[in-house]
Write a protein that binds this ligand. Structure first.
Ligand SMILES: NC(=O)c1ccc[n+]([C@@H]2O[C@H](COP(=O)([O-])OP(=O)(O)OC[C@H]3O[C@@H](n4cnc5c(N)ncnc54)[C@H](O)[C@@H]3O)[C@@H](O)[C@H]2O)c1
Length: 335
């Protein structure tokens, strides 16, 4: 049994290192120096500095070497790069191999979820075997062996169970789901909301403000997810509420960090200049807003994040705008 993990960022590397403890795992890195360091020193100094990886983990910068013969493929690149790597992988992945995306975003321009991009590119692939893994999984905490849980969503229950079995350890617990849409929308939208949570922290507001933001954020996340075909209860689970809480509360979240910096008066261009890691919320906000407009869903917090990112509003103005919206009933808009 061989697993290929495509993408050696912080999360792809963490997942690959966990898997390598129990199954032959090959990690593909875009950067040859990352592949070399993982293979020779069991470290990834570029994306996961200071973390000791499984010495059993193999690495390559050749996509074909990683993918050939793999019985499970995990796609660990950010949403905007899924199309590129999937296109290169297409000839090397058999149609019945489970392909699981770790990406939490929306493709710019097409507004497709990462699994939709994969299905489009791997056109003959069994659609039930294209899925997503999502949950409150900050890479550094998982890499440190702290207990954590996730959701593996694939429409094909046998494929979901196979991936689940590979991931389960005493420190990492995977639940299966058949709600690919819900899990993917949860992951994409929580990154947008995390930027808002960072702004709240950066403005020195306390727990009441943060809690109100997370709860009302969950309402708009669930509204969009249900309108796009997700199952309502998914949004109360790990890939919805669970991930939202972690990312809105942790200084390890890059999207949260972006929000704090915006509240400090820096522009998004300054904040992103020279960053190696990706803050998916920044690239996904316009797509999330377009999707919401397309299905007629109101997402006031995401709209304000979009206004601040575009430089049309300040974090203070965004909060003012949210607090002075028309009075309403709490649950009327949850559907
Ligand atoms: N970091 C986390 O804690 C975490 C947890 C769960 C999910 N995720 C999600 O997993 C995905 C990967 O995030 P990450 O944190 O591992 O990434 P990262 O920001 O640490 O690294 C960036 C990744 O993008 C790759 N990349 C850059 N340019 C590329 C290109 N042109 N083509 C292909 N790949 C390219 C890099 O090689 C690297 O693998 C994201 O969608 C993220 O939202 C991250």
């Amino acid at each position: 049994m061989k697993v290929a993990v495509i993408g050696a960022g912080a999360w792809g590397t963490t997942v690959a290192s966990m898997l390598a403890a129990t199954v032959d795992t090959v990690l593909w890195a875009l950067e040859p120096e990352v592949a070399a360091a993982v293979g020779a020193e069991a470290t990834n100094p570029l994306y996961l500095p200071g973390v000791a990886l499984s010495p059993k983990l193999l690495a390559t910068d050749d996509l074909r070497v990683a993918a050939d013969g793999a019985e499970v493929v995990i796609l660990g690149v950010p949403a905007q790069f899924v199309r590129g790597v999937a296109t290169e992988l297409a000839a090397h992945v058999a149609a019945d191999v489970p392909v699981v995306s770790l990406a939490k975003g929306i493709e710019r321009g097409t507004l497709l979820r990462p699994t939709q991009v994969v299905a489009e590119v791997l056109s003959g692939h069994d659609p039930g075997r294209i899925g997503v893994m999502s949950g409150p999984n900050l890479a550094r905490e998982v890499a440190a062996g702290q207990p954590a849980a996730t959701v593996v969503a694939l429409a094909d229950p046998e494929a979901a169970a196979r991936v689940q079995a590979l991931l389960m350890t005493e420190r990492f617990r995977a639940y299966t789901s058949d709600d690919v849409v819900g899990c993917e929308i949860g992951g994409a939208v929580k990154n947008v909301l995390a930027i808002a949570a960072g702004m709240v922290d950066g403005l020195d507001f306390g727990w009441n403000t943060r809690s109100a933001l997370i709860t009302r954020g969950l309402a708009e996340l669930a509204r969009l997810g249900v309108a796009l075909g997700g199952q309502p209860l998914t949004f109360l689970g790990l890939a919805g509420n669970g991930d939202l809480i972690a990312t809105c509360c942790s200084p390890l979240s890059r999207n949260h960090t972006v929000g704090v910096a915006l509240a400090g008066g820096r522009s998004i261009e300054e904040i992103l200049a020279g960053a190696t890691s990706v803050a998916e919320g920044v690239t996904s906000t316009p797509g999330v807003l377009e999707l919401a407009a397309r299905v007629g869903v109101d997402m006031p917090i995401a709209v304000e994040v979009g206004e601040v990112l575009a430089g049309r509003s300040s974090p203070h103005e965004a909060i003012h705008s949210l607090m002075t919206r028309e009075a309403t009933t709490e649950l009327h808009d949850l559907g």
